[in-house]
Design a protein around this ligand. Structure first.
Ligand code: SF4
Length: 434
């Protein structure tokens, strides 16, 4: 599906804070906000919307057909070309605004669903247009059945220093129920290939609280990760918000059984105890690092409001010069129209941060409450261009968000520097985050 640019131009309105803008127009919109910022760090995100299969719990890749998600042919090749064209068009904007790239993150989807040659082409386009000598963390997501030694060699040669793989569980029956395209043996061999490629830092994602996943099954996977000395584990509570997920429908019709929230929380805390007994630290809710050097810097960057970020690709978003930017459907990350992006990659939706809806903050930037330091008021002002206090006072929806959390047991502490959850309530509150 392609649409002529003139048909797609939309202007922001009272209900729609976004305008569809060309690279030149994006530059005009963000320039004064970017120049007013004191922190000019930049995280670059590369969105690859292809996977081997559609997992039953996944609410990240939405808005396009499964046939497009699993494509390995013509759509993929057009996508790579369009992504490179988008990089070539926006990199000068980022450079001219004085940003320094400190973090690179490949997400999706499954970036290693692309061939090593395609990944090299995308990275080399980025390196051609932006100075990457200041990058401290370069991470690529992968799934165990797609990542090859060639992928790792090509990326490590390009300063990749971290990979993150969606393991989810070491239990073959649970993996099947999740609709994963791999078994436990492929996770084990992927972890070995990370080590063989010289990557000291890697992450595996593990889910808990999935329908039919018992307490014992969750904890067995945690024990295996600990025994394998995995440097970093992202331990996620299954998110049961999206009504149209296969797993949620199955739980609703009784095909799968779901344990109570109390039981799921107890499993989470039992896993936390296992990690901590083995020396792991939960430095952000759900993020367990075996040593401080294995912490996930790009997530801390985003959660802690440590700088602007710019996303390349069909469903990527960003914040630049106190404006939100988004490819594809503006409502949320991952919601994309891959074919439309492949046909016309340059226009981005752009809108001033002070006009963004509450949900962008409550589901997005309030993830800062998953960190130990919470929201720092100076960083908030620098990133968004208005004070946190004014924001909270003027928006009833934000006051409601705080009131609901407090009713559920959350306790916030606030001083002149910022606001955070108390050590007793931050995990209980943020383990259920969207
Ligand atoms: S591989 Fe990841 S992004 Fe792709 S469908 Fe599964 S969970 Fe979603």
């Amino acid at each position: 599906v392609t649409t002529a640019p003139s048909d797609r131009v939309q202007r922001g309105s009272a209900n729609n804070p976004f305008t569809l803008a060309s690279p030149e127009r994006v530059f005009e919109l963000v320039a004064s906000g970017a120049r007013a910022r004191s922190n000019k760090n930049l995280l670059v995100y590369i969105h690859v919307p292809f996977c081997t299969s559609k997992c039953h719990f996944c609410d990240w890749v939405v808005g396009y057909a499964t046939a497009d998600l699993v494509d390995r042919g013509e759509l993929q090749s057009r996508y790579v070309e369009s992504l490179c064209a988008q990089i070539a068009a926006y990199a000068p904007v980022l450079r001219d605004l004085g940003y320094t790239v400190t973090n690179i993150y490949w997400g999706g989807g499954t970036p290693t669903r692309l061939s090593p040659q395609y990944m090299a082409r995308i990275f080399d386009t980025l390196a051609e247009h932006l100075d990457l000598t200041g990058v401290v963390e370069h991470t690529a997501e992968c799934s165990p059945e797609t990542v090859t030694r060639e992928h790792l060699d090509v990326l490590v040669a390009r300063k990749l220093n971290r990979v993150s793989t969606g393991a989810q569980s070491f239990d073959p029956a649970i993996l099947r129920k999740m609709g994963r395209a791999h078994g436990p043996e492929q996770i084990r061999s992927a972890m070995q290939s990370f080590r063989d490629a010289g990557l000291q830092n890697f992450n595996i994602d593990l889910i808990t609280g999935f329908p039919d996943q018992s307490n014992e099954t969750s904890l067995a996977s945690v024990r295996e990760a600990i025994d394998a000395e995995v440097p970093h584990v992202s331990f996620y509570m299954f998110r049961d918000f999206a009504e149209d997920l296969v797993a949620i429908k199955q739980a609703k019709t009784g095909t799968r059984s779901q344990s109570s929230k109390t039981e799921r929380a107890a499993t989470y805390f039992a896993a936390k105890a296992l990690f901590e007994a083995a020396g792991y630290e939960e430095y952000i809710v759900g993020y367990f690092a075996r040593e401080p050097r294995f912490r996930f810097d790009s997530e801390d960057y985003y959660f802690s409001l440590r700088g602007d970020y710019f996303g390349f690709g069909a469903g990527a978003g960003g914040v630049l010069g106190r404006h939100a930017l988004k490819s594809g459907v503006p409502s949320r990350y991952g919601n994309s129209n891959v074919r439309e992006f492949a046909a016309e990659p340059l226009p981005l939706y752009a809108g001033a941060m002070d006009r963004m809806p509450d949900v962008l903050y409550t589901d997005g930037y309030f993830k800062a409450f998953a960190t130990k330091t919470g929201i720092n008021f100076d960083r908030w002002y620098d990133q968004f261009g208005f004070s946190f206090h004014r924001f909270r006072d003027e928006r009833p929806g934000i006051a409601r968000w705080f009131a609901e959390r407090i009713l559920q047991g959350a306790e916030f502490v606030e001083d002149s520097e910022g606001i955070k959850l108390t050590p007793d309530t931050w995990i209980e509150t943020m383990m259920w985050r969207r």
